[in-house]
Design a protein around this ligand. Structure first.
Ligand code: ADP
Ligand code: MG
Length: 509
C-alpha cells in the first residue's frame, strides 16, 4: 500500500503536511532520522504510519506523563487498540500486571525515560522486537535547551541494549547546536536530517510593555474579556498561577482553572481533560502544562511571565492554532518582573554549598565510589534534602566525573566539586546569553517573526498578514467575533507597520 493510501485508510486525511512524507520514507528505509517539524506539524504521524508497515513494535520515549496520556488517547480514539503506556504514574499492582503481559500484543509502546532506567523493564522490552525507537521532544537531550532531562542522555545506551533498532528523533524547537546535540547524545552516526521551518504563520505575535505588575494584571483581565477563547496563560511561578487565577475569577472570568506541577497527578489529568474537551476556556499554568498536547482550537497564548529562552517561548506559543486557525501570542512585560528570568536561571541548578556538602557526605558514607549504583537515591534525597531535579543533576555530574577519573574518593573530592562547579558556570553563562537574545527580541525594532527565524538560523521569505505588532496588527482579528474572509483579504498593514517594515529592511542592508 502506498503511504498516501495508508494515510487515507488510517486517518482519513487526504494529503501529508509539509515534510511528513519525506520523514516517513526515510524511516521506512530503516534510516536513523532527526526531524524538526513546527509545533502542530504532525510529528506523531511520522511514527504512527510507518509503525503499521514496519515489523515489530514502535517504542516511543515521551518526557511527560500528560503528553503520553494525550497521545495514547488519540491513538485509541482513532481505533488503535494495541497501544500501551508505561510510566511511573502506574500503581505497584498495575506495574506488576503489565510486567506479566505479553508485550508482543502491542504495536505502540509509550514509555517515560525514567522507566527505561529500570532493569526489569529493559529485560521485558528485550523479549520483543522493536522495529522503531522514537524519541519525542528530542531537544530534551540538550543541556542548553529549555527542557533538559538527564535521563535523555542515557537513551543511546538503552537503544543499544535493545539491539540498536532504527531511531527517529522528533522536535519542534531546535537551533543548530541543539540538533548537533541530538545527533551526538542519541549516538546517531549518519542520520538523515529533515529540518523544516519552526515558523507558525497562523500565530500573530505581540509584545506589550507595562509599567507595573498592577497594570499588567489589569491588562490581562482586559485581554481575557475581549479575546476569543480557548486560551492559555503562562506564568513562571506556581503561586502566581493560583493568585492571578483567583483575581480573574473574582473579576468575572468564568470557566478558568490553574495548573502546575504541585497539583496531584489526578488533578492535573482532570484539568487537562476538561480543557481538551472545552469544559474550561482558560488555563493559568506554568510550563508544566501543554508540552505536545494536541488541542486544535486554542486561540491565544499569553505569557504573564517571560520564559528564559526563545526555544521555550516558541514551544509554548505553538500550542495555539494547531488546527490551522488564526491565533495570537501575547507577551506581557512589566519592569517589575524584568529580573525574574535571571532569577530563575540562577536557581535552576543546585546551590554550590549543597553540592559540596552532598558529595562529601556520600564519600563519607560509602567510601570510594566507582559508580553510583550503590547509592540509594531515595535515602539520599531525604538526607541531603535536595529537590529531585537537583539530585538528578548532581548524580549525573558525579557519574560523569567517575567516568573520567575512574572513581570518586577522599583524594578526589575537591576535583569532583570543582568539576561540577565549572560545568554549572558554563551552563549558566550559556543560559544568560540566551536570555539576552530573548530580551533583545522583545525590544528590537524588528519584525518579531523575522527575529525568531533568525535565532533558528532561518530567513523569513514573506511575512503573513497579520504578522506581528511591529509589522502592524489589527487586534479585531482576535476579538469576540470572527472576521469574515472578505474583510481579511482586504486588510492591509497599517501605515506604521509598513513604515517599520521598510525602515527595518533598510537597517538590515
Ligand atoms: P506535533 O508535530 O506538534 O507533534 P501532532 O502530531 O500532535 O503535532 O499533530 C497535530 C495535529 O495535526 C493533529 O491533530 C493531527 O491529527 C493533525 N495532522 C497530522 N498529520 C496530518 C495531515 N497529514 N493532515 C491533516 N492533519 C494532520
Ligand atoms: Mg508532538
Amino acid at each position: 500500500m502506498s503511504l498516501e493510501n495508508l494515510l487515507k485508510a488510517k486517518t482519513g486525511f487526504s494529503s501529508f503536511k509539509k515534510g511528513q512524507k519525506e520523514i516517513m520514507e526515510d524511516v521506512l528505509d530503516y534510516k536513523d532520522v532527526i526531524a524538526l517539524l513546527p509545533t502542530g506539524g504532525g510529528k506523531s504521524l511520522c511514527y504512527q504510519l510507518p509503525g503499521y508497515v514496519l515489523e515489530g513494535a514502535v517504542l516511543i520515549v515521551s518526557p511527560l506523563l500528560s503528553l503520553m496520556e494525550d497521545q495514547v488517547q488519540q491513538l485509541r480514539a482513532s481505533g488503535e487498540k494495541s497501544v500501551i503506556a508505561l510510566n511511573s504514574f502506574l500503581s505497584f499492582s498495575e506495574r506488576e500486571r503489565l510486567l506479566s503481559l505479553d508485550l508482543n500484543r502491542y504495536k505502540f509502546i509509550f514509555i517515560s525515560p525514567e522507566m527505561l532506567q529500570v532493569e526489569r523493564w529493559i529485560k521485558k522490552l528485550q523479549s520483543i522486537q522493536i522495529g522503531l525507537f522514537v524519541v519525542d521532544e528530542a531537544h530534551c537531550v540538550s543541556q542548553w535547551g529549555h527542557d533538559f532531562r538527564t535521563d535523555y542522555l542515557k537513551l543511546w545506551k538503552v537503544k543499544e541494549s535493545l539491539g540498536g533498532p532504527p531511531s527517529l528523533a522528533l522536535t519542534a524547537t531546535a537551533t543548530r547546536n541543539v540538533i548537533k546535540d541530538i545527533q551526538t547524545f542519541l549516538n546517531m552516526t549518519t542520520p538523515s536530517f529533515h529540518i523544516n521551518s519552526v515558523d507558525r504563520p497562523n500565530i500573530a505575535m505581540k509584545v506589550e510593555k507595562l509599567s507595573s505588575n498592577q497594570e499588567k494584571k489589569e491588562r490581562l483581565l482586559e485581554l481575557l474579556q475581549i479575546l476569543r477563547t480557548p486560551g492559555i496563560v503562562y506564568f513562571s511561578s506556581r503561586a502566581k498561577t493560583e493568585a492571578i487565577c483567583r483575581y480573574l475569577q473574582d473579576n468575572g472570568i468564568k470557566r478558568i482553572a490553574y495548573y502546575h506541577a504541585g497539583l496531584t497527578q489526578e488533578q492535573r489529568i482532570l484539568i487537562q481533560q476538561q480543557f481538551l474537551m472545552d469544559q474550561l476556556d482558560i488555563i493559568c499554568c506554568t510550563s508544566a502544562f501543554g508540552m505536545g498536547i494536541n488541542k486544535s482550537n486554542v486561540k491565544f497564548v499569553i505569557h504573564y511571565h517571560q520564559p528564559t529562552q526563545l526555544e521555550a517561548y516558541v514551544q509554548e506559543i505553538g500550542r495555539a492554532g494547531r488546527g490551522g486557525n488564526r491565533s495570537i501570542a501575547i507577551l506581557l512585560k512589566s519592569k517589575e518582573d524584568a529580573m525574574l528570568p535571571e532569577f530563575i536561571i540562577e536557581n535552576e541548578l543546585p546551590d554550590p554549598a549543597w553540592i559540596s556538602y552532598t558529595v562529601q557526605e556520600l564519600v563519607t558514607s560509602y567510601g570510594k565510589l566507582t559508580d553510583l549504583n550503590r547509592v540509594s537515591v531515595k535515602e539520599w534525597m531525604e538526607k541531603a534534602a535536595g529537590e529531585e531535579s537537583h539530585w538528578r543533576y548532581l548524580s549525573y555530574q558525579m557519574n560523569e566525573f567517575i567516568k573520567k577519573q575512574g572513581s570518586l574518593s577522599w583524594e578526589t573530592i575537591k576535583d569532583c566539586i570543582a568539576f561540577i562547579h565549572t560545568h554549572m558556570e558554563e551552563r549558566t553563562t550559556v543560559k544568560r546569553r540566551k536570555l539576552e537574545d530573548f530580551n533583545l527580541w522583545t525590544t528590537a525594532f524588528m519584525c518579531r517573526r523575522k527575529g525568531i527565524l533568525r535565532y533558528f538560523d532561518e530567513e523569513l521569505i514573506s511575512p503573513p498578514v497579520p504578522c506581528c505588532d511591529v509589522c502592524g496588527l489589527d487586534m479585531d482579528y482576535f476579538k469576540g467575533k470572527e472576521k469574515s474572509l472578505s474583510e481579511e483579504e482586504t486588510t492591509s498593514l497599517s501605515w506604521q507597520g509598513l513604515l517599520k517594515n521598510i525602515f527595518w529592511q533598510e537597517v538590515e542592508k
